[in-house]
Design a protein around this ligand. Structure first.
Ligand code: TTP
Ligand code: MG
Length: 363
């Protein structure tokens, strides 16, 4: 099977802006005395016994092998002398909000990703890629002057290329990939760099002898479709640097939730509470991936007779803490656990998210 690649009709110029070591950079700005020292933002390490993970760390701390998402206890083992801070979300949200205001000013369209990333469509704002590079430098300067923070910008003919380009030189980078340079730019990079290509897929591709994006681009699309279904076609397009997705102000996410119906109605409390914990974990994962914070936790309980209750609690501060989520959900569920009432379904939802326009001025 050979399919004609669909070239995007209109020429576009897209930026991807990613703040450098964002939470840690904001902390360093607020505390000049931290300069030159490793800074880790995340859970309390409690002398190596702490639970929870690293949110981010500065480049000095990365020299010790500390990374986002790593258990805080492991980070502490690698560098007990680092400065360990709990996240101060209010500070990051305020900085983010001012940065997004700067970006919005320079874009025809802005698509925000979490607190520290955004895509900008600047097609109507610039004449060509040289002009675009000038605009990117201006944006970097403006952010630096106003916020004393650096960012890395990728410029490309679409979101895929811009995103990969912003990661190409970090920190304080600017990488411009013109439309006619896309395939040469992508070819030597590992396949993991392509969006959607997770570890498992990358492993499968590697087993097929495909290591770089260039390798992937030379594989016949029918082989990829055979192996990966419709995603195979997507990989083929991406390997050629083709991405027609628009930069779009994303629909605001109001809540993130999961629910499950038990195989059999149950009055086994511990199973119900365990399920709540599991659902909490999945919700938490999505919230983190979307770089959101939540303030309200709601549970849902449906009994065997379909009588349904939802019960929520609004916390004192925005958080992305799994323990807060699980503990609140468990407490909320307590009044609904009766020996004589079997449960059919349980659910957990978080709402009051920071990306919500009503709650924050981020968007
Ligand atoms: P990133 O842009 O992934 O990381 P970063 O800005 O800290 O570092 P880099 O210079 O490599 O871009 O994420 C932005 C912020 O999101 C980060 O400062 C903290 C937060 N975050 C988490 O809370 N958990 C995570 O697992 C990751 C990756 C980030
Ligand atoms: Mg970043």
């Amino acid at each position: 099977m050979t399919r004609q690649l669909r070239k995007p009709t209109a020429h576009r110029i897209v930026f991807h802006v990613d703040m450098d070591q964002f939470y840690a950079a904001v902390e360093e700005r607020e505390h000049p005395e931290f300069q030159g020292q490793p800074v880790v933002v995340g859970a309390d390490p409690k002398d190596g016994k702490g639970r929870g993970v690293v949110s981010t760390c500065n480049y000095k701390a990365r020299e010790f092998g500390i990374r986002s998402g790593m258990p805080i206890s492991r980070a502490w083992k690698r560098c007990p002398d680092a400065i360990y801070l709990r996240p101060n979300f209010k500070l990051y949200i305020e900085a983010s909000s001012r940065i997004m205001d700067i970006l919005r000013k320079h874009a025809d369209k802005l698509e925000r990703w979490g607190l520290d990333e955004a895509f900008l469509d600047v097609t109507a704002k610039v004449h060509n890629f040289t002009d675009a590079a000038r605009l990117a430098k201006k944006i970097k300067r403006e952010i630096h002057t106003n916020e004393k923070l650096t960012c890395s910008i990728g410029v490309g003919p679409n979101k895929l290329v811009a995103k990969i380009a912003s990661d190409f030189q970090k920190p304080d980078g600017l990488t411009v990939v013109r439309a006619d340079e896309v395939e040469t730019f992508l070819a030597p990079l590992p396949v993991q760099k392509l969006l959607w290509v997770g570890k498992k897929t990358a492993h499968r591709l590697n087993e097929m002898g495909i290591h770089t994006i260039g390798d992937l681009a030379t594989v016949d699309v029918s082989i990829l479709v055979d192996r990966f279904g419709t995603m195979g076609y997507q990989y083929h397009m991406f390997a050629h640097g083709i991405d027609t997705s628009e930069v779009a102000e994303r629909g605001e996410i109001k809540s993130v939730g999961r629910e499950i119906t038990f195989e059999q109605d149950t009055n086994d409390y511990s199973a119900v509470l365990k399920m709540l914990d599991e659902l909490g974990k999945t919700v938490h994962k999505e919230v983190n991936e979307r770089r959101l914070l939540f303030k309200t936790v709601t549970i849902k309980i449906r009994y065997k007779n379909f009588e349904t209750h939802t019960h929520g609690k609004t916390l004192r501060a925005y958080t992305n803490n799994l323990h807060d989520l699980q503990k609140t959900a468990q407490k909320l569920a307590q009044p609904y656990l009766h020996e004589d009432k079997k449960i059919r379904l349980v659910g957990v939802r978080v709402s009051n998210l920071t990306s919500s326009k009503e709650q924050q001025t981020l968007v």
